[in-house]
Design a protein. Sequence first.
Length: 117
Amino acid sequence: QVHLVESGGGLVQAGGSLRLSCAASGRTFSMAAMGWFRRAPGKEREFVARISWNSGLAYHADSVKGRFTISRDNAKNTVYLQMNSLKPEDTAVYYCAAKVQVTWSDWGQGTQVTVSS
């Protein structure tokens, strides 16, 4: 099991940047694929990005490709989401998640990102 705590959310103007962090505890972090998801008000949870256990593979949703970058530092047990050129439609609660086997089994509590126009 992996315990996850997100931080770095806040209020930013359109075009601005934020970096989200997700601190993990648990022996299996370095073996887990990590992902970022978001849920906007009144909408379903949406996949944002994922990264493999050794950072060899990273994938970003089309809606954020070229603006957001996922990365991880296994020595620090942390995964990041660098968000640039933010848009009002990026406003959501952002969650990180861990996948050791098949499913996204461990989730953080979320951090709010609000982008003003």
